[in-house]
Write a new protein. Structure first.
Lengths: 114, 111
């Protein structure tokens, strides 16, 4: 296991379609984070999991967004009824959850909504 | 969460030392200072983290004055491949759930 992986790397969809992204964290990491990043901006926090429990959600995470981490390992982020404003890079990160340790980021999934 | 202020952009030349300063006046006692680097179309990459004084690793140094209200990331002898966006974060990445990245500093290295 060499790092956080995300799939797919790129996704192009039409407005109104549903999309699902997957994140595989570093295996021993119990925390998993989702961020969204638009052009010229820094990553914005969406939600995070401690093992399988989703502990925090940003107000950016509308009802059309849902995230799961069913067995405390990989996570999925689903966007329903996509809108053009959902076009962004979706980043996943994982960490040990220990104070002072860093988050390791995946390569991201670039979503384009036409 | 402590808010950070850093320059929007900086230019430098290959072989030079680059220093990027970040202000964080309301840093809390338990907060760490962490710097990330991000290349286009990639996720951020951890560079260095510190709490006080000076920290050095194989990539960079981080200088933190006694009052901890600012910090300086120092990149020795930069190359073209150091062109990236650098983010200064203040907090505990595992305590503060909503880490704020800000817009970062766009560093452009010229030949």
């Amino acid at each position: 296991d060499t790092g956080v992986s995300q799939d797919p790397r790129h996704k192009i969809t039409k407005r109104g379609q549903n999309v699902t992204f997957r994140c595989d964290p570093i295996s021993e990491h119990n925390r998993l984070y989702w961020y969204r990043q638009t052009l010229g901006q820094g990553p914005e926090f969406l939600t995070y999991f401690q093992n399988e429990a989703q502990l925090e959600k940003s107000r950016l995470l509308s009802d059309r967004f849902s995230a799961e981490r069913p067995k405390g390992s990989f996570s999925t982020l689903e966007i329903q009824r996509t809108e053009q404003g959902d076009s962004a890079m979706y980043l996943c990160a994982s960490s040990l959850g220990t104070s002072g340790t860093e988050q390791f980021f995946g390569p991201g999934t670039r979503l384009t909504v036409l | 969460l402590a808010k950070t202020t850093q320059p929007i952009s900086m230019d430098s030349y290959e072989g030079q030392e680059v220093n990027i300063t970040c202000s964080h006046n309301n840093i809390a006692t338990n907060d760490y200072i962490t710097w990330y680097q991000q290349f286009p179309s990639q996720g951020p990459r951890f560079i260095i983290q510190g709490y006080k004084t000076k920290v050095t690793n194989e990539v960079a140094s981080l200088f933190i004055p006694a009052d901890r209200k600012s910090s300086t990331l120092s990149l020795p002898r930069v190359s073209l491949s150091d062109t990236a966006v650098y983010y200064c974060l203040v907090g505990d990445l595992n305590r503060d759930d909503k880490i704020i990245f800000g817009k970062g500093t766009r560093l452009h290295i010229l030949p």
